[in-house]
Design a protein around this ligand. Sequence first.
Ligand code: F0G
Length: 459
Amino acid sequence: MEFKTIIEPFKIKSVEPITMSTEAQRVEYLSNAYYNPFLLRSREVIIDMLTDSGTSAMSSEQWSGIMRGDESYAGAASWERLQYEIQDLTGYPYILPTHQGRAAEHILYSYLGGKGKVFISNTHFDTTRANIEFNGAQAIDIPTPEAKNRESEYPFKGNMDVTRLDELITSHGVQNIGAVILTVTNNSGGGQPVSMQNAKDVAAICRKHGVRFIIDCCRIAENAYFIHHFEEEYKHVPYRQIAQQMFSLADGAIMSAKKDALVNMGGFLALRDAQLAEACTSLLIINEGFSTYGGLSGRDMEAIAIGLREVFDADYLNYRIKSTQYLGEHIRAKGVPVIYPIGGHAVYVDAGQLYPHIPVEQYPGQALVCELYKIGGVRAVEIGSVMFGKYDDKGKLIPAPVELVRLAIPRRVYTQSHIDYVIEVFDEAMKNAANTRGLKITKEPKFLRHFTAHFEPLK
Ligand code: F0G
């Protein structure tokens, strides 16, 4: 028989205490952090849903790998193991290890980018966009129009709009396209998956124009789960093979290993083209380290190699996606407006819809993030106009298309009772919704302002 209760397919060998706090303490902590949860200390947080990045619990196998790590400067055995695993998974011959995803982005996009170049993506992640724009190039997001339809149950709202892709490549000129980047799953687009059909369509258009196609693959195992379950053709194809097929469509991939490689630090760039790999290797050596370790220690490489296999385990992926859905479905049933269907690594709440009385200039997403922390010590992240807002020439805010809050779920870290607690916190947030107020920014840097900006609550 099939049971209703899906258990965590692991036992706990080592535990880390959570420091409990009172609401009065949290009010003070939040004020000390200028109402920006990035500036809280982790011991001030009860359930940390800031990110699923680098927050995974490693397996006993991975910890054993940590001990086996070969720390030789050149040609380490751990490097050989990692290189083999990535080559076997991606099919790309050239592997460049980096300390995390954005380091790989910096290398590839600074080489391919610069003034006059254009990058096109289903949705650029913030560090991807920042790395592209920092070098003077332009980053254009073209999510599928289906993504706008909040009510539709279309399972692949992370797709790229392929009609626009074709038009944009033609209108900007093939020679000006830095790369087309398919982010799977589409993190900034609500954590929604991308279908294999869409990846095939993107690949065909890129091939037709002779444009480079890169996959941002940091959640490719989670994406494979959705393809297996929602694309008829793939229902008998194992998860890992689905990922391999997707890689086979592109010219290269960037991975933040801090997600689906189930480690706390790491990343890589994998390429098909020898010349491009050579140019990027020079940048790797200047910026990160020698080509057989890049930004990683031997033990990190060992843990990534193991994690890249473990993540495709069917029981793990089933638990992973079902537990994300558990949170999403439960808060949705309470009337919390969530991006639907629920994606792989996180639940995205539409704070603009939850707080229709808070204008975008007063950041409804940030207001919800502060509420969740105050009520229950739950740390989430705003993915709206704080993260993606820009100013026009007159200093007026150009808001993000939607005011989202992301509840990201660390891999293999929290149990169902932790998640039930978060669901309860939402009861209280819903009760307070009409009285919740917005915030104003009192200090901000030029790039990636959400990490360090200071806020003040409005009366
Ligand atoms: N691409 C995507 C789709 C990401 O989600 C991230 C990181 C990166 C690239 C950059 O990787 O952090 O290793 O440098 N996302 C984290 C998050 C930070 O919270 O979603 P990194």
